[in-house]
Design a protein around this ligand. Structure first.
Ligand SMILES: Cc1cc2nc3c(=O)[nH]c(=O)nc-3n(C[C@H](O)[C@H](O)[C@H](O)COP(=O)(O)O)c2cc1C
Length: 174
């Protein structure tokens, strides 16, 4: 699948079949995430692939105020953490940029595009009680959950894309 096709076919999948996803497929998605660029090549991310009871506990942490009920159905939830170094945090303060979150977003998109190529559904979930997920995962000091990715075989059709036009988002200056 070429890049354009992957970008077109990835969508936020919120209905999954119960069928598990083999680790071989997940490893292919992780490999694409691993190759993602990051500021100063710090690669501040970690991907926790969860199933079963642990996954069920994390699903609950994505369901604040009744949101994201579909995470109960998804056979796999991947919690993504970052652990910025102190020097990075100081640099971020000076530059008013949060590079580790930018890094993580890029890696997560690479993961999701590869999943789309493999016929898997994903949804990037930011509505998460991150502190509780950290506790469930037992993350190390300074390591924080930022996003959760639901993963599984889609049990729904891709809805039409609703996007701004290129004219609205691009400015050509000369
Ligand atoms: C950082 C981020 C957080 C998101 N959080 C959620 C979420 O908590 N629940 C959800 O159902 N979708 C979530 N989404 C998915 C967006 O709603 C979705 O990407 C957007 O509506 C565009 O639809 P598409 O992904 O199907 O193209 C999130 C997406 C991003 C990038």
């Amino acid at each position: 699948m070429d890049v354009s096709k992957a970008c077109e076919s990835r969508f936020s999948c919120r209905k999954y079949s119960r069928e598990d996803v083999g680790n071989g497929l997940i490893e292919q998605c992780l490999e694409c995430a691993r190759l993602a660029p990051s500021a100063l090549n710090k690669q501040p991310w970690k991907f926790y692939v969860t199933r079963g009871e642990l996954k069920a506990q994390i699903a609950k942490q994505t369901q604040l105020f009744g949101a994201n009920a579909f995470t109960d159905e998804a056979p796999v939830l991947v919690a993504v953490t970052v652990k910025p170094r102190l020097a990075d945090k100081m640099a971020d303060k000076i530059k008013h940029q949060d590079f580790s979150s930018i890094d993580l977003g890029i890696a997560v998109q690479s993961f999701c595009l590869k999943a789309a190529e493999l016929g898997l559904g994903t949804c990037i979930i930011g509505w998460v009680n991150a502190k509780n997920v950290d506790k469930i995962l037992g993350t190390s000091l300074g390591e924080k959950t930022k996003l959760v990715i639901s993963l599984g075989y889609p049990a729904c059709e891709q809805p039409p894309k609703r996007r701004k036009s290129t004219e609205e988002i691009a400015v050509y200056l000369s």
